[in-house]
Design a protein around this ligand. Structure first.
Ligand SMILES: Nc1ncnc2c1ncn2[C@@H]1O[C@H](COP(=O)(O)OP(=O)(O)OP(=O)(O)O)[C@@H](O)[C@H]1O
Length: 323
């Protein structure tokens, strides 16, 4: 039988955090006013000690908040959003985060308001930052964590467009029990996450491991390349979702031969976000697409580990910005 993943240890984290007085948070968010609210979310812009913060209000019985506090409260990395404080009041938990001035990556990639577009080097930098954050979670924390809900809404951008992973409510610590694991995968009955980013072994069998984040990371790479949503429901598709990773998989299946090569190049160029107006190094873009396709391989063992991805992306970043 598969073991289940262990719940995050709840005993340690809180000592690292400032415990805020509710009145202070109320003042810092102008009474949790609509003007301070970000979109329809439960997150509010706040000014605390003269600096910008984001305050997230979560209902007290939401286990995601407890998980988020326990994970982010004990971890520290420049590519993870930093949680600095906490307040429990009136049945709600309030978490105080560093403020990411440029909001969610999803708002830059998929919202076509004719406004500013992320350039190629910014996209590669985002990919590199996200890979760095995931590599830290998978390989440099004790115990290792799987984020389980990586998507472009949970990647925040600071004032310099450096990416920070957020929303750790579904993160899980993974205990290494060699007798009980099979190829680095563990089982859960609780399949959660975001449509379009979920790896097949997770959806079908509830198997989780770092490869789950690698799969979602592959989808994020595809989105950085194409500017497309991870999943869309076209009106004429009997309510069925069209998944970006499946579309990309078809691209990767094209045959050999000279004609096929030209065809492949045309298709790759067509896949890449037209809003870049061709302002990207084609060889690097093709290499990134090939990397993304390995991340979204159906077989989890084929997916590269985060440490390798980080190395490959560092090379791509160097090729992008030059010597
Ligand atoms: N630390 C932060 N700095 C700046 N903006 C943030 C921060 N945290 C969250 N946001 C903004 O708030 C949005 C919603 O955040 P989040 O998904 O954590 O809250 P939520 O209440 O679960 O929202 P939703 O229900 O819309 O998913 C993000 O997409 C982002 O635009």
């Amino acid at each position: 039988m598969w073991p289940t993943v262990e719940a995050v240890d709840v005993r340690e984290a809180v000592w690292l955090l400032t415990v805020h007085d509710y009145g202070d948070l109320e003042r810092a968010t102008s009474g949790f006013s609509e003007e301070r609210r970000i979109g329809n979310s439960s997150v509010y812009r706040a000014v605390i000690n003269g600096g910008a913060s984001a305050v997230k209000r979560v209902h007290g019985d939401d286990v995601g908040a407890e998980t988020e506090v326990n994970v982010l409260g004990r971890l520290n990395h420049s590519s993870l959003i930093s949680l600095s404080g906490l307040c429990v009041h009136g049945g709600n938990t309030y978490m105080v985060f560093e403020f990411a001035e440029n909001g969610a990556l999803s708002d830059w990639l998929h919202v076509d308001g004719g406004g500013e577009v992320l350039g190629w080097s910014q996209r590669v930098q985002v990919a590199l930052d996200v890979a760095g954050g995931l590599n830290y979670l998978h390989n440099y924390t004790d115990p290792p964590y799987v984020h389980r809900n990586l998507n472009t809404s949970n990647i925040l951008l600071d004032a310099c467009f450096r990416a920070k992973l957020s929303n750790f409510g579904l993160a899980r610590a993974i205990t290494i029990d060699d007798d009980a694991k099979d190829g680095g995968l563990w089982m859960t009955r609780n399949v959660v996450g975001t449509q379009g980013y979920l790896a097949p072994e997770y959806v079908e069998h509830g198997l989780i491991g770092p490869q789950l984040d690698v799969f979602a990371f592959g989808v994020v790479l595809l989105q950085l390349l194409s500017g497309k949503e991870a999943a869309v429901a076209p009106p004429d598709n009997d309510g069925k979702m069209v998944l970006l990773w499946e579309e990309a998989e078809r691209l990767g299946r094209l045959g050999d031969g000279d004609d096929a090569k030209d065809d492949l190049l045309d298709r790759v160029t067509a896949f890449i976000d037209g809003r870049l107006h061709g302002q990207y190094p084609l060889d690097v873009a093709v290499a990134m697409l090939a990397l993304a396709l390995r991340c979204v391989a159906r077989e989890p063992r084929v997916r590269p580990p985060m440490a390798k991805l980080l190395l490959s992306l560092s090379g791509m970043y160097s090729s992008t910005i030059g010597p």
